[in-house]
Design a protein around this ligand. Structure first.
Ligand SMILES: C[C@@](CO)(OP(=O)(O)O)[C@H](O)COP(=O)(O)OP(=O)(O)OC[C@H]1O[C@@H](n2ccc(N)nc2=O)[C@H](O)[C@@H]1O
Ligand SMILES: Nc1ncnc2c1ncn2[C@@H]1O[C@H](COP(=O)(O)OP(=O)(O)O)[C@@H](O)[C@H]1O
Length: 284
């Protein structure tokens, strides 16, 4: 039997850091939503007790460093599964981009293996496993639009944001999430985004207000270290995107666009600066 799972990319409409915790993580508040740029996982039982990964993408590890591999190992160990699995990762989300590609693959592997091995794990059990794999993995298991608190694992569902186009541009540079959090200084944040106003905008279905409330305090690190990300934001604004923000720890910048007619101009304009440009829709 073969099982298929989609692993969509996430964007952070809002990301605020409240402080550093004793366990080394940061206490954060985020609003996350998913877009239809997605990886696709194919899972099939193996006749021997092993986890085997393949992918058409040359840019990700295929051993125990892969988050989908780690998800399979965790679920096997925790529930004493003696069966093996072959997982093919059809990658479309760029890696280390601030789009949670790896986390979403891990979440899709948890969901898929729960079905493949007929474990009947509840959502709560899947979320617990997910939190062991990474801060963004619980959100990726749940999907939808949500507020994420704690280190990212405390979730509160929100209604879908007003539908729009999402143009994503990833500059050709690698940003490590750990480095960005490591270099983050709370005192350098001049203005924190307002979670309350962002939630109100989404609940009211106001595209304009949602664009006005976009904010990500990790820009204070990544934009400072990589001026090309700041430049990309400016270009996207100049090309006419209604709201522009860096996603997560970066370096991907996304633009929200209400009018379809504007999309080709923004896409073509960005392609002059950046190889990785994607046009997506928000998932509702
Ligand atoms: C910044 C965000 C925003 O959605 O996403 P990405 O840019 O990675 O996509 C997340 O907070 C990233 O989540 P995730 O990538 O799962 O992080 P983890 O693997 O758990 O942690 C990676 C590193 O970031 C630091 N980290 C992570 C989360 C957090 N709340 N505080 C932290 O300080 C940890 O210290 C760790 O060294
Ligand atoms: N399935 C996977 N897909 C992409 N990257 C992965 C995967 N498994 C592990 N990684 C590693 O995790 C790191 C972060 O990847 P990713 O989750 O795509 O980034 P981000 O957290 O910035 O959104 C990369 O350095 C990559 O090598």
């Amino acid at each position: 039997m073969k099982i298929y799972e989609k692993a969509p990319a996430k964007i952070n409409l809002l990301l605020d850091v409240l402080g550093k915790r004793e366990d080394g993580y940061h206490e954060i508040e985020m609003v996350m939503t998913m877009v239809d740029l997605a990886d696709r996982l194919e899972m099939e039982e193996l006749p021997r007790d092993a986890i085997v990964l393949s992918s058409q993408a040359g840019y990700i590890p295929l051993d125990e460093k892969n988050l989908a591999f780690q998800a399979a190992r965790l679920i096997k160990d925790r529930y004493g599964v003696k069966k093996g699995v072959y997982i093919h990762l059809d990658k479309h989300i760029p890696a280390a981009a601030g789009l949670a590609g790896g986390s979403s693959d891990a979440a899709a592997a948890l969901r898929g293996l729960n079905r493949l091995w007929q474990l009947n794990l509840s959502d709560a059990e899947l979320l617990e496993l997910a939190a062991e794999l990474g801060s963004d993995v619980p959100y990726c298991v749940r999907g939808g639009t949500a507020i994420a608190r704690g280190r990212g694992e405390k979730l509160e569902q929100l209604p879908s944001p007003p539908q729009c186009w999402v143009i994503l541009a990833k500059p050709q540079l690698n940003v490590s999430t750990a480095d960005v959090y490591g270099q983050f200084r709370l005192e350098k944040v001049k203005q924190h985004p307002s979670l309350e106003r962002m939630v109100k905008a989404i609940e009211a279905g106001s595209f304009r207000d949602m664009c006005a409330e976009l904010g990500n305090v990790l820009e204070t690190v990544t934009l400072e270290r990589h001026p090309e990300v700041r430049r990309l934001k400016e270009i996207m604004q100049r090309l006419g995107a209604d709201g522009v923000l860096m996603s997560g720890s970066g370096p991907t910048v996304f633009g929200l666009v209400a009018k379809e007619a504007k999309v080709p101009r923004i896409y073509n304009g960005l392609r002059g600066f950046c190889k990785d440009v994607f046009v997506a829709r928000m998932l509702t």
